[in-house]
Design a protein around this ligand. Structure first.
Ligand SMILES: [Zn+2]
Length: 438
């Protein structure tokens, strides 16, 4: 690993290891059904987070985690859709057409049909085809045609002024109030659960943005990092989609909207807009977050096709439909790569989950899928890994006793660092530093 000067330091992601923990499951409500490896960071580079997402990681604010799917009651599978391959479904087309009709209003639609009529070919094309990009933009104010209405001598105006902008992921009173309204109405949460600082930590402390702010001169520059896509109707904020923009794709973090607009299906509308955003701006994939097969509320994600699922063991991608989906109907943990490598094409059923003492064991003994083995970590030569210690970079070799410590002793510094390296993988280790002791 190269020595760390100021320029090099800017290219590093920093990770503070928190370790492997069992936690309650938010889906089936079991007390300790879910097991994940956790790390926190205030500095992850978008390209590094992209690599982590493709290995099953997600973030919640500055907390990053990778679930052990083999040892969790409701395995969280990572989903990915190739943006340009997206094929719309009837209900998705209907949702966007309904919204456009509402925004434009019957009077506008009637008069516009007369003042700027569509050609016969155009009408025929629209009838038989669905164009995602034009549908998504159709009712945005900057795209709405406003011919002069001869009866009023004024520009023809739509019923509502609808605007969508991509903005910094910074907190504001309007976003916070909208979020509270959404959480308490849609998720029936208690108002006291979310103070402004909790909201900010959850949805406004993402990955560093580039460019830091959008100006006229850098408008067309490719954006990376964490952003808020803000929807405004007649000047009022009605929805916010929190997005991580990565070189590999657009990752949807969260979406919250005014419950008064629930009937318009903002879950669908925002997903369509994000797929369109990925297509227009050259992000190859669209990530809808985790997918839990036995959770009915998440089934809609599988309706955005063609959807692929990350194999927990090999970190390769399989179509969600067909074989995988059928297997998920019968057991919660499926790794097609594991099934294929076993003789009869079917893996032995998982042992029942017994969380006792699992947290005290070395990660190398837990057999967590998709992480490096002890031998692989040994080969990484972590003595040269950067350690950020009281504001200065040193190497682990510089620590007294490092050579004598063992990676499979989870209580030692070497054990803690070895587990972090095993879950992050070699590409991230090479361009990162560990934060410890302070
Ligand atoms: Zn569960």
């Amino acid at each position: 690993m190269e020595p760390v000067d100021a320029e090099r330091a800017r290219q590093l992601s920093l990770f503070r290891p928190l370790g492997y923990q069992r936690n309650s499951c938010g889906y089936c409500k079991s007390d300790d059904g879910s097991a994940s490896y956790y790390t926190s960071s205030v500095a992850v580079r978008p390209e590094h987070y992209g690599i982590l997402v493709d290995q099953g990681w997600r973030r919640s604010g500055t907390l990053y985690y990778k679930q052990n799917l083999r040892r969790s009651c409701c395995p969280h599978y990572t989903l990915r859709l190739e943006a340009t391959a997206y094929q719309s479904r009837r209900d998705q087309r209907k949702a966007i057409n309904r919204w456009n009709k509402f925004v434009l209003g019957p009077e506008y639609i009637r008069k516009a049909a007369r003042l700027c009529p569509r050609s016969r070919e155009e009408k025929k094309f629209r009838k038989c085809n669905f164009d995602l990009l034009s549908s998504v933009h159709e009712s945005e104010y900057s795209h709405v045609k406003r011919p002069i209405d001869p009866s009023t001598k004024r520009a023809l105006e739509p019923a509502h002024r609808f605007e969508v902008n991509i903005e910094a992921d910074s907190p504001s009173q309007a976003k916070y109030e909208l979020f509270l309204k959404y959480q308490t109405t849609i998720h029936k949460e208690d108002l006291s659960r979310w103070k402004l600082k909790d909201f900010s930590r959850f949805l406004c402390s993402g990955i560093k943005r580039s460019p830091a702010t959008v100006t006229k001169s850098n408008e067309s520059e490719k954006k990376l990092g964490s952003w808020h896509q803000c929807y405004r109707l007649d000047g009022k904020l009605i929805a916010v989609a929190v997005l991580d923009l990565l070189p590999s794709g657009v990752s949807s973090v969260y979406v919250f909207y005014d419950p008064e607009y629930e009937e318009w299906e903002f879950g669908k509308l925002s997903a369509l807009r994000e797929i369109a955003f990925a297509q227009e701006n050259g992000y190859p994939y669209y990530y809808m977050g985790y997918y839990i097969h036995n959770c009915q509320k998440m089934r809609y994600k599988g309706n955005f096709k063609p959807q692929y699922i990350l194999d927990p063991k090999s970190n390769t991608w399989d179509p969600l439909d067909g074989e995988l989906s059928q297997k998920l109907d019968t057991r919660p943990y499926v790794s097609l790569s594991r099934d294929r490598s076993s003789k009869d094409g079917e893996s032995a059923p998982e042992e029942p989950i017994d969380g006792t003492n699992e947290e005290a064991l070395s990660l190398f003994k837990i057999d967590m899928p998709g992480v490096l083995t002890l031998d692989q970590v040994n080969a990484l030569n972590l003595g040269n890994w950067n350690l950020l210690y009281h504001g200065a970079f040193v190497h682990f070799n510089d620590l007294v006793g490092w050579e004598k410590m063992k990676y499979d002793n989870p209580q030692s510094v070497k054990g803690i660092v070895g587990e972090l390296a095993a879950v992050l993988g070699p590409d991230i280790v090479k361009d990162s530093a560990v934060v410890l002791f302070d």
